[in-house]
Design a protein around this ligand. Structure first.
Ligand SMILES: *Cc1c(COP(=O)(O)O)cnc(C)c1O
Length: 420
C-alpha cells in the first residue's frame, strides 16, 4: 500500500502533483510519502503489539534524519551498522537505549562512541570482536551489553549479495560455535550478555526461512538458559520483502504470526529490525527525460537520474517499475532501456521495458525507491547527490537539499607543491 496514484492521468504523491515538485525542486529528486511511512511503521509495529518488543528501524535502508525522527516520534528504536548511523540516530532524537548495533567491522572509535552513548546492545559477530569490546569497556570503565549474532545457516532464497545467514557469508558466528562463544562471553568481566541475534538476509518473500532460523535460535536460547545464561532479548533481524514487480511477500501480520508462533512460550523481549518493508514503497525517484536515442538494436530513454542516484538495478539487477508522471492514453508503448548519463554500460534504471513513448522534458517516477535508494547514492561522475522531499498531504518539505558543485570539492585540497 502506498500513496502514489494517478488523478486524471497525472501522478500524485498524496495530494501533491509530482510535476509541481519537479518544477520547484528540480530533478533528479527523491520523494517520500509521510502517510505511507506512518502507515507502514504502524502496521509493522502493531503486528507485534501482543508481545514486549522494540521495532528498531534499519537505518541503512533510509538514513535521512527527518525520516528517523518521524519513526522515533512513533516509538521506534534503530538498528545501526556504523558510528555515522549512531550519530544520525542520536541527532534525530532516538534514545540510545533503543539502539542496537550490528556489523562485522566495528572500529575502536565506533565502539567507544556506542559505549559512551549507552546503547541497548552490541550485536557481536566474532570471537575477536567480543574480546575487543570487552577491552574497550574496561578502558572506559563501563559494561557492554551484548548479543551474539549467530549464523543459523538457512537459505533465504534471495539475491546472493543480500543473503547473510548462510555458512559461506561473512556474518555472525557459526551455530556450532555459538555455545562456546557465550561461555567465553560469560567469563569476560566487562561484557554483559543480554540477548541472541540473527539476521538472515533481505527481500525475503516467504516466511519459511524465518521460521527455520527461529527454530534454531529458540533451541539455542533454551540451552543458554539451562546453562544459567540469562537471555532477555531475542533479535530476529529484518529482511521482510516488498513488491517491486510481481513478488507476493507475506503481509507483516502474516510474518508476525509466523514469527510469534515459532517463538511461543519463549519469555523475552523481541527486537525487530525492519528496513525495506517500512520505507521501500514509501518513496520514488523523480527524473526527467533528457534525450531519446535509437540504435540498430535498441531504443534508449536517457534520463537525468543515474546509477549514482539509484544503484540497485546495476548492483543487483533489481527491478523498479517506471511510471510516467503524465499518462497519455493516446500514446503507444515501446520497449526501451531507461539509462542515465553516467559513463558505464551498467548505468541503467530499467532494461527492455515497455513504456509510453517519451520525449525531452517528460517526467518519470522510478517506483519503490524509498529503501537503499538515496542511502546508497554516491557522487560518481561528480554528480551532486539528489534532493530529498517529504510530502505530507497538500504540502511538502525539502528534507535534504540538492548538493552543489561546490559541495563536491569542499573537502579536497591541492598541495602547495603543485604549481599550475
Ligand atoms: C540490512 C539489515 C537489516 C534490514 O534489512 P531489510 O531487508 O531492509 O529489512 C536489518 N538488520 C541487519 C543486521 C541488517 O544488516
Amino acid at each position: 500500500m502506498h500513496h502514489f496514484h494517478y488523478v486524471s492521468h497525472t501522478l500524485f504523491c498524496e495530494e501533491v502533483p509530482l510535476s509541481k515538485i519537479a518544477e520547484e525542486v528540480g530533478t533528479p529528486c527523491y520523494v517520500y510519502s509521510h502517510a505511507t511511512l506512518v502507515h507502514h511503521f504502524r502496521v509493522f509495529d502493531g503486528a507485534f503489539s501482543s508481545v514486549e518488543h522494540h521495532t528498531c528501524f534499519a537505518v541503512k535502508a533510509n538514513s535521512n534524519i527527518a525520516i528517523l525522527s518521524l519513526f522515533g516520534s512513533m516509538g521506534a528504536g534503530m538498528d545501526i551498522v556504523s558510528g555515522g548511523e549512531l550519530y544520525r540516530a542520536r541527532k534525530a532524537g532516538i534514545p540510545a537505549k533503543k539502539i542496537v548495533y550490528s556489523g562485522v567491522g566495528k572500529s575502536i572509535q565506533e565502539i567507544d562512541y556506542a559505549l559512551s552513548e549507552g546503547i541497548l546492545m552490541f550485536n557481536i559477530e566474532s570471537f575477536e570482536e567480543l574480546e575487543r569490546i570487552n577491552e574497550r569497556a574496561r578502558e572506559l570503565g563501563l559494561r557492554a551489553p551484548i548479543a551474539l549474532r549467530v549464523n543459523p545457516d538457512v537459505d533465504p532464497k534471495t539475491h546472493p549479495y543480500i543473503s547473510t545467514g548462510m555458512k559461506k557469508n561473512k556474518f555472525g558466528i557459526d551455530m556450532k560455535f555459538a555455545l562456546e562463544a557465550y561461555e567465553v562471553a560469560k567469563k569476560l568481566d566487562y561484557i554483559e550478555i543480554v540477548g541472541v541475534d540473527c539476521h538472515i538476509g533481505s527481500q525475503l518473500t516467504d516466511v519459511a526461512p524465518f521460521v527455520e532460523a527461529i527454530g534454531k535460535i529458540r533451541e539455542l536460547v533454551n540451552e543458554l538458559r539451562r546453562r544459567n545464561i540469562d537471555i532477555r532479548y531475542v533479535d530476529i533481524g529484518g529482511g521482510l520483502g516488498i513488491t517491486y514487480d510481481r513478488e507476493e511477500p507475506p503481509h507483516p501480520m502474516e510474518y508476525a504470526e509466523a514469527v510469534l508462533n515459532a517463538m511461543r512460550g519463549l519469555n523475552c523481549c523481541f527486537i525487530l529490525e525492519p528496513g525495506r518493508v517500512i520505507v521501500g514503497n514509501a518513496g520514488i525517484l523523480l527524473t526527467k527525460v533528457l534525450y531519446t536515442k535509437k540504435t540498430p538494436t535498441k531504443k534508449f530513454v536517457i534520463v537525468d537520474a543515474a546509477m549514482n542516484d539509484l544503484i540497485r538495478p546495476s548492483l543487483y539487477n533489481a527491478f523498479h517499475a517506471i511510471w510516467p508522471v503524465h499518462l497519455d492514453p493516446s500514446k503507444e508503448e515501446e520497449v526501451v532501456d531507461v539509462v542515465g548519463p553516467i559513463c558505464e554500460s551498467g548505468d541503467f534504471l530499467a532494461r527492455e521495458r515497455p513504456l509510453q513513448i517519451q520525449a525531452y522534458g517528460d517526467l518519470l517516477a522510478v517506483m519503490s525507491a524509498g529503501a537503499y535508494g538515496f542511502s546508497m547514492s554516491s557522487n560518481y561522475n561528480s554528480r551532486p547527490r539528489a534532493a530529498e522531499v517529504l510530502v505530507r498531504g497538500r504540502d511538502y518539505e525539502i528534507i535534504r537539499e540538492r548538493e552543489s558543485w561546490k559541495d563536491l570539492i569542499q573537502l579536497e585540497r591541492i598541495p602547495k607543491w603543485i604549481n599550475l
